[in-house]
Design a protein around this ligand. Sequence first.
Ligand code: TXA
Ligand code: MG
Length: 335
Amino acid sequence: MSSDPAIERAVDTLRRGGLVAFPTETVYGLGADALNESAVARLFAVKGRPRTHPLIVHLGSGDWLDGWARVVPPAARRLAEAFWPGPLTMILQRSRRVPDAVTGGQDTVGLRVPGHPLALDLLRRFGGGIAAPSANRFGAVSPTTAAHVRLDLGDDVDVIVDGGPCDVGIESTIVDLSNGAPAILRPGYVTAAQIEAVVGVPVQRIRREAPRVPGSLESHYAPRTPLEVLTRGALAMRLAESAEPVAGLAVMSFELPDADRRRVRLFIEPSRDPARYAHEFYAALRELDAAGAKRILIEWPPAGPAWEGVRDRLRRAAGPGTAEPERDDREDLGP
Ligand code: TXA
Ligand code: MG
């Protein structure tokens, strides 16, 4: 076991009811002792999140499942075996010890074993569940570095464990196994097809679930600058005949003529690899947001299961009324 002083301090802080930001493989979490109701209450206050919106409880091992879930269906065991530690959250019926403060009074609980060595070290040394939303203020862009956390939360967090940039870069896939047929509540790095291959039954893809799940609100993960997500054709047209000055635009696109790249305020060319795109995604959103632009324009990533997570975050970041294109005729992006 490591004796990382930051981890020691973090464990101590959790035991005293404090708040600890820590890295996971997806995004940074803002953690509190899941069994300490006043710590959890402070967590909601710092996040600015409505108390009815449930938190994920992070566990140090799949072996802890039975302490937190009242019923662990065989499908959940198989998924834990296949994907934990890793970027998958399961919604299960909660055990009696899970406080209402964590679940917003719901009879289910979100559980996940994060795939990051520092997170696992923290959890195992602490020896209990850590309730943790992403370490950003409610509705804002999730942090993928310790510096993002500091910027967002400042002194409201007692300890920040710095684990460098997060690998995956977008939040975990959430699968609901609490009432029979599995359903994806939030797409992510682990795809529906991968889950189906493990559980052996069809998995529902729920796109716009109940608003009590904040990750499912229409406008979430959002920069402050107005954001539009467009097809490449629509983007080209906006740059050709924009009513607003092109120098006021911050643009992220896979393909843009050099002349246009020079005219806009900031241009970012994202990776064509979905995992790499996700890894860089929130940092890119922050950069676009910080450019002092009047508007952010982002080209839709391709269709296909590996892109579902980032397409989902883009749709939510852009807010209500953002519909994905029906047809994709870009030849350079492949299937
Ligand atoms: O990757 C992640 O999941 C990150 C890292 C820190 O683990 N955490 C994260 O937490 O994204 P948060 O709170 O930002 O998003 C958790 C999502 C919310 O949409 C929440 O409503 C949903 O999980 N959730 C938690 N418990 C639930 C439950 N019992 N039923 C339905 N949804 C639940
Ligand atoms: Mg969040």
